[in-house]
Design a protein around this ligand. Structure first.
Ligand code: 9MR
Length: 368
């Protein structure tokens, strides 16, 4: 009896493995369009999440580190680098034959406190900051030369109104910090692709600023290969016509376009100024579906993601990579933004590592 049950369950397991094996993967599905990738956190890289690991290896052909290559992690003190996690991330990509993307060299956020300051806490001079930028960029890029295909050299330098963000880099070096960063990056690894990356890239004023900046870099003879549209979306933003206008405008600079941090919040957008006096009502508003997404909302989410995927495919002559900002809903940064402890549903895989319906349907249709 026991043997019969065992044999039956082995047969079932084999059947389901075979079914999975026969189903196309995301990387097969998009093979004529663009690379398809995900951000990895340290748990993934170190193999603490076996299920995520098999999803990543099965479906994605490009990876980016969610946090471990950011300045405060990788370069916590002027004379100290912390390589363990970044090395493990790069090894993971090399082992699995994936296109590895470096994120990010020059960014105002998660910037180690020492970086723009002297020991008294005051901003350093322009010359000192340039030297620090050069050392940081050169040390990191040299370590991973030949392994990392391209880098987000500068991240999020422009505001939605098209003006420069007031960051330590801007305060000390003015607009020149961007060309300098690209110059140092190209000198550090002449073979690496170099990207500029930001969110809200659909917004017209921001679009105009980026087109201007990229054309300026090119007219100075500096290398820039790609414009990263992060793609943090919601059910009511971005306006997809504006997003598409930006894809066209960025492509017209001669750069590749990359969707670098794709996710779409399934929760209502709550304005910070929402006038909800009662805090219980407010947290309900912020976290409306802690026990699962209602079918109607899930259907809307899937339909919108499906049209966005169509848009990416329509532009696959210029879009070279689409990277989701995480593997499954359970690990998304969106569960803790704009407030901690939300239950969000923004990624391609749900908390049980099942592919979301809109994408599963696409894959199933090609399998027929
Ligand atoms: O997903 C990242 C999260 O775990 C970090 O706490 C956060 C810190 O700023 O950064 C998140 O990733 C950001 C990315 O590096 C740049 N674009 C916006 C992303 C979401 O905030």
């Amino acid at each position: 009896m026991r043997i019969a049950i065992l044999a039956a369950s082995v047969a079932l397991m084999t059947a389901s493995c075979t079914a999975e094996k026969n189903e196309p993967t995301l990387k097969e599905y998009f093979s004529d369009n663009f690379l398809i990738g995900t951000a990895l956190n340290v748990g993934h890289i170190k193999g603490f999440d076996q299920k995520a690991d098999s999803v990543v290896r099965r479906h994605f052909n490009t990876i980016v580190a969610e946090n471990c290559m950011k300045c405060e992690k990788i370069h916590p003190a002027e004379d100290r680098y912390f390589w363990d996690d970044a090395d493990a991330f790069v090894d993971y990509g090399v082992r699995n034959n994936m296109t590895i993307i470096g994120h990010t060299l020059i960014w105002h956020s998660q910037l180690a406190r020492w970086f723009p300051r002297d020991s008294a806490g005051n901003y350093v001079s322009a010359d000192v900051l340039k030297q620090r930028m050069r050392d940081h960029i050169t040390t990191i890029m040299t370590r991973y030369k030949g392994k990392i295909k391209g880098w987000d050299v500068v991240n999020e330098p422009i505001l939605e109104n098209g003006s420069y963000r007031k960051s330590p880099f801007y305060d000390i070096l003015g607009e020149e910090f961007i060309p300098l960063a690209f110059q140092y990056a190209h000198e550090a690894d002449p073979d690496a692709e170099l990207y500029i990356n930001d969110y809200a890239m659909n917004v017209p004023a921001k679009r105009e600023a980026y087109v201007r900046i990229v054309n300026d870099l090119k007219s100075r003879g500096l290398r820039i290969d790609g414009i990263g549209m992060q793609g943090h979306m919601g059910m009511d933003y971005p306006d997809l016509d504006e997003f598409e206008a930006s894809i066209n405008a960025y492509a017209a600079t001669g750069c590749n376009v990359m969707i670098t941090e794709w996710d779409m919040s399934a929760l209502p957008t709550v304005s910070r100024s929402a006038n909800v006096g009662d805090s219980v009502a407010f947290s309900k508003l912020l976290n409306p579906y802690p026990d699962g997404l209602p079918t109607g909302v899930s259907d809307q989410w899937n339909a919108r993601m499906d049209s966005i995927t169509d848009m990416f495919i329509r532009h696959s002559d210029v879009i070279t990579r689409v990277t989701a900002w995480g593997v499954d809903d359970g690990m998304s940064w969106k569960n803790n933004f704009p407030v901690r402890g939300r239950v969000e549903y923004p990624l391609l895989f749900d908390r049980d590592y099942n592919l979301k319906p809109f994408m599963a349907n696409r894959l199933a249709n090609t399998a027929k």
